[in-house]
Every structure is written in C-alpha cells, then in structure tokens.
Design a protein around this ligand. Structure first.
Ligand code: NAD
Ligand code: ZN
Length: 266
C-alpha cells in the first residue's frame, strides 16, 4: 500500500502557490502516464525497454522530406504501441487540476515537453508546447503552426508546402525531432516565463532534457521557489523547496483542494 500523502508538504505547496505573483509549471511525460501514455525514461520507460531512437532525425528529414512524409502516412495507417496510446488517451485528473489552477488565477502558464495535446484538451489556455504537438503541423521556414486537419496533404505532391501568403516552406509534423532546434517563438516565451516566475511547479519530468530543464533553474537562480510532483526524485530535486512524492493524478487534485481552501479562508 502507498504511504498516505504528506499533508504538510501539500499545505506548504498550496501556500507558495496562493502567495505567488506568477506561478509557472513545467510538465513532462509523467503527467500523462495515468492517461495510459508510457514515459521514455525510468524503469518501465519505452527507451529503457527498446533503446533510444536515432539522434539524427532532423537531418534525415531535411535530406529527404518526401520519404519522411511517406513513412508518417504509413505509420498513421499502422500505428505502433506509442501512437496507439496517444490516440486512445484522455486527459487525467492532473491535467484538469492544472487547467483549474489556471482558471482560478493561480497558475499563469504551462510549459510542457509533452506532444500529446492533453493539456489543451483539459482546457489549459496559456501553454507552450516546447517539443511541439503530435496533432499539429509546422512550416520549417516561417514557423507557423496549424492543427493537422487545416493542412492539405496531397499524396501525389509530397512534402506539403506552407499555405501562408508569400511562404512556400516545407511543412513537417510539429513534434520537435532529435537534432532540431526548439522553434524560436516557443523558446522566447519560455525565457520570458522563467524571468517572471516566482513559483515553478515541476510535474512528471525527470528534468534531464534541455533546454526545458533550464527554465526552472533560471527561475530558481532569480529566487523562485520550486515545487516538485513526481513519485521519484529527479535531477532538480535538490533545488526543490517542497516535493510531493506520488502520482500527479493524485497529488495535483489534493494540491488544488488545498489551494481552494486557502483562498476561501482569506
Ligand atoms: P521522462 O520520461 O524523462 O520522465 C518522466 C518522469 O515522470 C520521471 O521522473 C518519472 O518518475 C515521472 N513519473 C512517472 N509516473 C508518474 C506519475 N504518475 N505522476 C507524476 N510523475 C510520474 O519524461 P520527460 O522528462 O518528459 O522527457 C521525455 C521526453 O519525451 C520529453 O521531451 C517529451 O517530449 C517526450 N515524451 C512525451 C510524451 C507525451 O507526450 N505524453 C511521452 C513520452 C515522452
Ligand atoms: Zn511558412
């Protein structure tokens, strides 16, 4: 049986959030685990089981974008285990709790490393998908993004070209590939959020992927308090002021309840 949640830690985290001027969250694969999507790292992570994918995906895409598109369409027709888990997934209580923290004015922004679209589906409004979104596409020249059903994909004429006036750049999936720089607009927004953050919530991220893991560290250097929600210690645990050790789908609703109680008492 799991130990009972640490109510002192939950209350301390709630006090930090309620007192914050600008609270920001960084989320990773762990927040979507309870939605049935496996993580990549960790003891039962996909890469731990299968090995890491090739690191030159972006160079390969540029070498032959048509071949990449043909593979993508084939994978859509025959999805692997990870793709199936993405398409079957629904937001869980952790995604909904973060969206609710935003709607009551406590959380200002979410930076997610996830590509699964679940924060948006839970109603999160202010969000940077630093590694893109599997349901979106993006122009490699002007960086405009669109939900995938907004771009015509003509099998006879691959790769698709950007429909924006004056741009005919090659369109790719929005998911950021290995070897691909983070899109500049996303990076800029993350720096701006890290500069404003006085509380940084880390949820379900091992915090070893850069530049994502840098933003809570930048905020911490400027005096922000870090709150970590993860069943296991992470690369940033030493910097955390409070750690809630448990699944996000359990811890975030408890944290939301404690935040609401504090607001009502004010
Ligand atoms: P990670 O796989 O490196 O780490 C996952 C973290 O989640 C670990 O610290 C683990 O202890 C924690 N965790 C496991 N179960 C949890 C739970 N129920 N609640 C809270 N935390 C839990 O993930 P990462 O740091 O996000 O890096 C992986 C990279 O792979 C990211 O860049 C991301 O883009 C990508 N990815 C995305 C998805 C997705 O979109 N859902 C899934 C897998 C990987
Ligand atoms: Zn374009």
């Amino acid at each position: 049986m799991l130990p009972a949640p640490d109510t002192d830690a939950i209350d301390e985290a709630a006090a930090l959030l309620v007192g914050a001027q600008h609270a920001v969250a960084l989320t990773g694969a762990g927040i979507s685990k309870e939605s049935g999507i496996p993580t990549f790292r960790g003891k039962d992570g996909l890469w731990t089981v299968r090995g890491e994918p090739p690191l030159n995906q972006f160079q390969e895409f540029h070498r032959d974008p048509k071949a990449w598109w043909v593979r993508r369409l084939e994978q859509r027709a025959n999805p692997d285990e990870f793709a199936l888990s993405l398409s079957a997934s629904e937001p869980n209580d952790a995604h909904y709790a973060l969206a609710e923290l935003e709607s009551i004015g406590v959380l200002r922004h979410v930076i997610t490393q996830n590509v699964d679209n679940l924060h948006r589906r839970a109603g999160q409004q202010s969000i940077t998908e630093i590694h893109g979104n599997m349901r979106w596409m993006r122009c490699t020249d002007c960086h405009t993004r669109w939900p995938e059903d907004k771009v015509d994909v003509n099998l006879e004429d691959l790769p698709p070209r950007c429909p924006e006036p004056g741009c005919s750049g090659i369109v790719k999936g929005d998911g950021v590939m290995f070897g691909e720089p983070i899109p500049p607009d996303a990076l800029e927004r993350c720096y701006a959020e890290a500069a404003m953050a006085d509380v940084f919530l880390l949820v379900g991220t091992s915090a070893v992927v850069y530049p994502a893991a840098m933003f809570p560290q930048l905020a911490h250097q400027r005096g922000a308090s870090l709150i970590e929600i993860d069943p296991e210690p992470t690369a940033l645990s030493e910097l955390a002021r409070v750690a809630l050790r448990g699944p996000a789908g359990e811890m975030l609703p408890l944290l939301l309840r404690a935040v609401r109680e504090r607001i009502e008492r004010r």
